[in-house]
Design a protein. Sequence first.
Lengths: 112, 112
Amino acid sequence: MNDEQQFCPVYQSINLLQEKWVLHIIRTLLEEPRGFNELSRAVGGCNPATLAQRLDRLEEMGLVKKTVHSVMPPRTTYQLTPAGRDLQGVIDAIDRWARQHLNIPVKAASPR
Amino acid sequence: MNDEQQFCPVYQSINLLQEKWVLHIIRTLLEEPRGFNELSRAVGGCNPATLAQRLDRLEEMGLVKKTVHSVMPPRTTYQLTPAGRDLQGVIDAIDRWARQHLNIPVKAASPR
DNA sequence: CATAGCACTATGTCTTGTCAAGCACTTGAC
DNA sequence: GTCAAGTGCTTGACAAGACATAGTGCTATG
């Protein structure tokens, strides 16, 4: 691990994006803002402990904004900030790649 | 976790790309093919066990090609397949985002 | 002939994510 | 009024994953 990498913004953001669930969270929030449990379900099985941790981190980094609408009954919304929304480009790139290279296993339509 | 996600290629590829070191490995190999130890150093401190595991996986998925030049003194080269090279778009998107949003908040240069 | 390189594998440890449960409270059904 | 189900989380084991480190078998260089 050399020093150059530690200060390379690309290296840093890869480190962020490779954290488990982060990309899924971003992708989900790109669709629309969501509450905690809703997000948890939409994201596909991330457990609340991890999700809370990720959301904290993303909020700290200024990618996600948390809004508390009411304390009691608890109601919260997580939405992307402009910086977070700019990750659309990354998701799009993944999307494009996925459709090209990961779609193949169609091969269904098994006849008899 | 609902069924749709399990068959969504985007979901699948996010799962792949979020594995630790995968994006770093891809990014490094996009520059040029490398040997094992060379790759390990260039990638920035991934330990050999993990690296070997990731490379196996990437090879299985057809993103990386492993070439053994000689067995005894061992010499190997890892390079991206066309499918792997297409991930350039993803790395580029991350690159663009990183330069826009991650360059600022360093705030280092702390004096004494 | 010692050292350093290559490509890895094996080991034990430590960090991370996961699971299940629970908290405090509201809402809606009965 | 009581019950189940929902909200947004937190906590405390536990398992899976990544870590550092050492070692293998061999060559090439000093």
